[in-house]
Design a protein around this ligand. Structure first.
Ligand SMILES: CC(C)(COP(=O)(O)OP(=O)(O)OC[C@H]1O[C@@H](n2cnc3c(N)ncnc32)[C@H](O)[C@@H]1OP(=O)(O)O)[C@@H](O)C(=O)NCCC(=O)NCCS
Length: 175
């Protein structure tokens, strides 16, 4: 599938918010209460927060667009805050990778992953790391295919009051 990868700008905040909410909802509905879901979506994907995040120069948000319409998103940043053990390497966190479900299995996620890895190689990162929900087996398989492995570390990632656990995965980059 021919997609365009485009950096998200502040004027896209409403579209980015809507796509974030839809893809998160579709991924995690049924794993928490509807109330917890609603609270989470509002807390993390509200437009003012996204506008603020989009102003940070080294916080990278991109859309995957198909025929001019965003169908997926990715966010990555050099960030060590949540995973101190990784600070010994120059590390890029793949913070979010979400594709609308009708475009799963069509190579869209792969193109975004290739884009992130290209960025990481070009900017001399040693590691790319990410968190994935312990029961998100499709995503885990996708990361496996891309050379990521479980670090042995996990952390709590609650959806509001519903406890959930994310596994940290990483991929070291060859020089
Ligand atoms: C995770 C995601 C980005 C992967 O993109 P994708 O286009 O679906 O990925 P692919 O189809 O290339 O790879 C998924 C693999 O998992 C396999 N798979 C599908 N369902 C599976 C399951 N329940 N258990 C194990 N493997 C599964 C697929 O067969 C495929 O493997 P294959 O290529 O060897 O056949 C996409 O599914 C997505 O956006 N999911 C919702 C959001 C999400 O979970 N994001 C990740 C958060 S960490």
């Amino acid at each position: 599938m021919e997609i365009t990868i485009r950096r998200v700008i502040k004027e896209d905040a409403a579209v980015f918010s809507a796509l974030s909410k839809k893809t998160f909802y579709d991924t995690f509905t049924g794993t928490c209460t509807e109330q917890d879901m609603d609270e989470f979506l509002e807390e993390y994907f509200n437009i003012p927060l996204i506008e603020t995040q989009l102003e940070v120069e080294d916080d990278y948000f991109y859309f995957a667009e198909y025929e001019g319409t965003p169908i997926g998103l990715v966010r990555f940043k050099e960030d060590y805050e949540e995973f101190e053990a990784i600070r010994q390497w120059k590390s890029l966190e793949l913070k979010r990778l979400y594709i609308l479900k009708e475009y799963h299995g069509k190579g869209v996620a792969q193109q975004l992953m290739d884009f992130v890895l290209d960025y990481a190689y070009s900017n001399q990162f040693e590691v790319v790391w990410l968190g994935v929900w312990e029961f998100n087996f499709r995503a885990q398989k996708f990361y496996d295919k891309n050379g990521f492995t479980f670090t042995g570390h996990s952390h709590p990632y609650p959806i509001s009051n519903t406890p959930q656990t994310d596994l940290w995965y990483w991929r070291f980059l060859n020089k």
